[in-house]
Design a protein around this ligand. Structure first.
Ligand code: 8X3
Length: 270
């Protein structure tokens, strides 16, 4: 590993939405760097394979230290499950150094007036309330220890709204506001707060947006090279591995040929 990832050795990181995409890639990268990783997601089977991949990545890296991987099946939109989360984590991994609030999704492209209540509620329940509940739970211990790092996944959609994305954009604007307040509240502590704001990342995210329509999902990336889950994992690991006096407050990361949610270059077509 070229950057100073040695700062990640023996750190304990908890990642939500870790069964696929950015969350899974982040779990694997931290395991490789010698962190202990708690992977949290709804899907038990997928969690199992990410756990195995993270364990293998740690073994193959040859890095000494860390490498303990725990999987916890949990839906961040369920407050009762979050209240019991710490009991489900092995005792030696309960001092969490880094929380990566990654769980989030978009469903549908309907315009205001035609959006289903259940889509509105489920996006807010996971992207906003889940992220807030996880932060509320873990920031208490971080404050008591006066150390820690909270890394929230925002989005280009949290900086600039777009047509057909009102609810998703609203959730990501909420994440940005919440993260900004949190960073300001913790200014007199050693706790760092970072928001990662990706643009187009090719994961199952787009397939969920189009309710399983893979060809509609693929069209989003036509003619340009999107970011990969691994690209974002690197930004997260980079932020987490800076020296303790350095806080990357915001990391806005786009594919080279994307400039905003609606401006991109696709081989001659804007
Ligand atoms: C995902 C980026 O552009 O699809 O957070 O809203 S975008």
């Amino acid at each position: 590993m070229v950057f100073n990832a040695s700062r990640l050795i023996n750190k304990t990181v908890l990642i939500t939405g870790a069964s696929a995409g950015i969350g899974a890639a982040t779990a694997i990268l931290f395991a490789k760097a010698g962190s202990n990783v708690i992977i949290v997601a709804r899907r038990a089977e997928a969690l199992k394979s990410v756990k195995e991949a993270a364990e293998a990545a740690h073994r193959e890296s040859g890095v000494q230290g860390g490498g303990k991987i725990a999987a916890v099946q949990l839906d961040v939109s369920d407050k009762a499950q979050i209240a019991n989360l710490l009991d489900k984590i092995p005792a030696d991994l309960r001092n969490i150094d880094i929380l990566v609030n990654n769980a989030g999704f978009v469903r549908g492209v309907e315009r205001v007036g035609s959006i289903s209540e259940s889509d509105i509620e489920s996006m807010f329940a996971t992207n906003v309330f889940g992220l807030i509940s996880m932060t509320q739970l873990l920031v208490k211990d971080m404050k008591a220890r006066n150390s820690g790092h909270i890394i929230n996944l925002g989005s280009v959609a949290g900086r600039e709204p777009y047509v057909g994305g009102s609810i998703y954009c609203a959730t990501k604007h909420a994440v940005r506001a919440f993260t900004g307040s949190l960073m300001r509240e913790l200014v007199d502590t050693k706790i760092r707060v970072t928001e990662i704001q990706p643009g187009m990342v090719e994961t199952e995210f787009s397939v969920v947006r189009f309710r399983g329509d893979k060809s509609a999902a693929d069209k989003v990336y036509e003619g340009l090279t999107p970011l990969s889950a691994e690209d974002i994992a690197e930004e997260i690991a980079w932020a987490a591995s800076r020296p303790p006096h350095v806080n990357l407050a915001e990391v806005f990361v786009l594919p080279t040929n994307q400039a905003s949610p609606t401006i991109s270059y696709r081989g001659g077509k804007m």
